[in-house]
Design a protein around this ligand. Sequence first.
Ligand SMILES: Cc1cc2nc3c(=O)[nH]c(=O)nc-3n(C[C@H](O)[C@H](O)[C@H](O)COP(=O)(O)OP(=O)(O)OC[C@H]3O[C@@H](n4cnc5c(N)ncnc54)[C@H](O)[C@@H]3O)c2cc1C
Length: 511
Amino acid sequence: MKNNHIRERDGANISLWQSAASKTEINGSGERYIYDVLIIGGGITGVSTALKLQKKGKKCLLIESHKLAFGTTGGTSAHLNTFLDATYPEIDSDFGKEASNLLGQAAKEMIEQVRKNIEEFEIDADFEYKDGYLFSQNEKESQQLGSILSSSIEAGIDVSEVSANGVSLPFERVLKFRRQAQFHPVNYILGLSKEFLRLGGDIIEDIFIESTEFKDDVHIAKSSSGTYRAKSLIWATHIPPGINILSLRNAPYRSYVLAVKLKNDDYPDCLAYDMQEPYHYFRSHIIDSERYLLIGGADHKTGHDDPEKAFSDLENYTRENFQLEEIRYRWSSQYYVPVDGLPYIGKFPGGDERSYVATGFNGNGMIFGSLSAQILTELIEGNETELSKLLSPSRIKPVSGFMDFLKENADVAYHLIADRFKTEIITSVSELKNDEGKIVEFEGEKLALYKDEEGKAIAVSPVCTHAGCIVNWNATEKSWDCPCHGGRFDVQGKVITGPPRKSLDQITLPS
Ligand SMILES: Cc1cc2nc3c(=O)[nH]c(=O)nc-3n(C[C@H](O)[C@H](O)[C@H](O)COP(=O)(O)OP(=O)(O)OC[C@H]3O[C@@H](n4cnc5c(N)ncnc54)[C@H](O)[C@@H]3O)c2cc1C
């Protein structure tokens, strides 16, 4: 693995994108002005939105708790699709055909928007149009594929049934979606951020916004080291912090990716997807003259399954289906599944005036993060559109997802109670191996205990500071992951992602 310059990411594993990206020059003290807009979060959503608003003449400040692309944008697989995880038949039945049309059109426009940005700002982001193949492997999937074909055509998508699937995997039926695309997500947002800075926007990294208030018509955001003011506020943090309706309407999932070298030259020149649950996704990418097969899948709810097993399942699948030579990169990252299938982009429900949010992107955040820039800019300029009404975070939609919603919440309640009984009693920290993390009961106290590679034990409270659930150890990304709403903490208990605002309490072990 090339290790010349590794950007930070919200996990211990290194993604394909971290090694290739360069550093941006960041400016801005942030405390001088009342900005027009404060954007919190430096992923594709925050950076795209900041640039769009700055171009419209707004004076913007973007604040990121770590480095740009620290979040899921640094761990994505960066396919750009006109078909979505909520399929067009599902959107037709839950929101109507007009909604499918609006979203299909928006997805096409966002692929063009990304291409135009890359061209206009001369970003080295490897943009390439590719065909996308969706293939079935059994009768049930083939039936679903048939209905996806007809609904997609009605939604104005360029798709047809074909007889090859672009990868050497067995199939029954295949759909070919034309003019999909792929790109380098981190180079892309670093390129956008340079343009944002050139236009006079300010960026501050390494500042975690802990709280906000709305006073005298101004938003005041506070970190442990500074206070920032703006007329409008955007939470581009993938999921907004705190306990609110959106943390109840989105379920956190993890997805796993391998970037591998093959013994033969069987790298797909396309994007491809099977229809298993969870589905696998495939594409290739050349970085530093090396071609890689990217293969992703093994998704599960955060904190609910063993991440090591997810990686080994994905690795076994790859070995069974490709001539695997070497796994060069493996990483996982988090995404949020909205209860009714569509993202929430717009005014923060029940929030202060002029506060906005963009979340619930499922596996389509390259499209929806870019679309958020458009919708939020329009809303801040006072324009509501059909699309902003459709994706309004305040929508109350009695759709079929409602039962899933109840199940998700029952699941959360179960973890609140059951996890409290799942602890192992230990009498000495020597019972843990080096580089092992466990929830334990030690001298009458429940601990999230990690022993580092040198054997030093670090103990924090296992109670998530968001809603009080018990965290689980993620041995592959070296984090404490909450199974309820996806809060994640590092071994020191510091928030790395998700809705918590506060670190896990540190606990001093007896010497
Ligand atoms: C493995 C995987 C593969 C995927 N593949 C695809 C794909 O092929 N195509 C696609 O369209 N989508 C894909 N997705 C989804 C997509 O990557 C995400 O939806 C998208 O990256 C989210 O971008 P974002 O900017 O909203 O959030 P993020 O990239 O997570 O950025 C949010 C940022 O906010 C910062 N932050 C959080 N809280 C605070 C705070 N309080 N103060 C300051 N900063 C804060 C974080 O540090 C983070 O950098 C994939 C997701 C996963 C997990």
